[in-house]
Design a protein around this ligand. Structure first.
Ligand code: GLU
Length: 339
């Protein structure tokens, strides 16, 4: 059911987010999470975009940024890599901010496709409706809907917006951009299909070009943690103090990430870690504990669904050891006995 059918438009949202763990505790647990995941060497570096195959498979950084602005990093937290699919989460937030809850829901959708991130079949099965902004069809539609008279204006909105999330001026990795632009036939086909269904109204080639550039933006684990912490902090970047998006947009974006942030493994991820997150094929992973922290990890070896192996292990440790799982609760009555 939708908001208007649920009759809750006039009911204010109460935030019950619990306490931010103590800084020393976050430092200790971050170090332990890194040490634990470092023992793992499973998975393979992505190579479907040729340049990604040259990443150091052992690179590994974990960073936690809390909503008080504390930065807790260990390992390769300053190693830069392309943001890839993680950009989808933040561009989606920018679009929600520009267009609003109802309109974005109508055009892009929020339900899982159950199919691979670059599926064409998913579009056909839904009469050309993209269904979900975390897979390529929905993500390309999202980028194509950004305000701006030209593709350059839309690119400017992406670059400025994601830089505000990160709290610094981000740049494109030209080599990654060119490597993907030369091989992204499937994404171009997806954009043309969306155009044929009237789902995008801009030049599909230009929409894919902006999308490809957004995927090639360079970030590090610390940036991802800051970007995640901004979503954890109701839309205010805890390091710069700047409001990037509204609290309602953060809530909507995190709901989408909770349902579909880790490709076809989103259910397993939620079951084990219990937090909204988004992964990318270059090995980045951002996770958000609302009202508490953002977690950024970088480790390029991926599982078969495209999620960083060490990133998932470290984040699972952090979620458990810092009590971040949004579904976990203790009994309100000590001992659990009501009588
Ligand atoms: N640029 C990538 C693509 O569209 C993003 C892949 C990803 O991180 O899932 O194929």
């Amino acid at each position: 059911m939708r908001q208007r059918d649920l009759d809750v438009q006039d009911v204010g949202q109460i935030a019950e987010t619990g306490a931010v763990p103590a800084h020393r505790r976050i430092d200790e647990v971050t170090a332990a999470a890194h040490a634990r995941a470092l023992r793992h060497h499973e998975g393979a570096v992505a190579d479907y975009i040729p340049i990604l195959a040259s990443a150091d498979p052992e690179a590994f950084g974990v960073c936690v940024v809390d909503v008080d602005g504390g930065v807790h990093g260990i390992g390769d937290v300053g190693t830069r890599f392309s943001i890839q699919s993680i950009s989808k989460a933040f561009v989606y937030a920018l679009l929600c901010e520009a267009l609003g809850h109802e309109e974005v829901l109508d055009v892009v959708g929020v339900n899982n496709t159950g199919l691979a991130f670059n599926s064409v079949v998913a579009i056909e099965l839904n009469d050309g409706h993209p269904m979900n902004p975390m897979v390529n069809a929905g993500a390309i539609a999202t980028t194509a809907l950004l305000p701006g008279a030209t593709a350059e204006d839309q690119w400017d909105a992406v670059l400025t917006g994601l830089s505000r999330f990160a709290g610094r001026a981000l740049e494109v990795d030209d080599e990654v951009y060119r490597s993907e632009a030369a091989t992204n036939h499937r994404n171009r086909a997806i954009a043309q299909l969306l155009e044929s269904y009237g789902r995008i109204r801009v030049d599909p080639a230009e929409a894919v070009d902006v999308y490809t550039r957004q995927c090639a933006l360079l970030v590090d684990a610390r940036d991802l943690a800051v970007m995640g912490a901004t979503l954890a902090d109701g839309g205010v970047n805890p390091l710069t103090g700047e409001r990037v998006v509204s609290a309602a947009v953060c809530r909507d974006t995190l709901a989408v990430l909770t349902a579909s942030g880790l490709y076809e493994r989103s259910g397993e991820w939620l079951f084990e870690i219990g937090l909204p997150g988004k992964s990318g094929v270059a090995g980045g992973l951002v996770t958000v504990a609302p009202g508490k922290v953002g977690i950024g990890t970088y480790a390029p070896r991926l599982d078969s669904a495209g999620n960083s192996v060490r990133g998932q292990i470290a984040t699972a440790y952090l979620s458990r050891a810092l009590g971040l799982n949004i579904f976990a609760s203790d009994s309100h009555f000590p001992g659990g006995n009501l009588a």
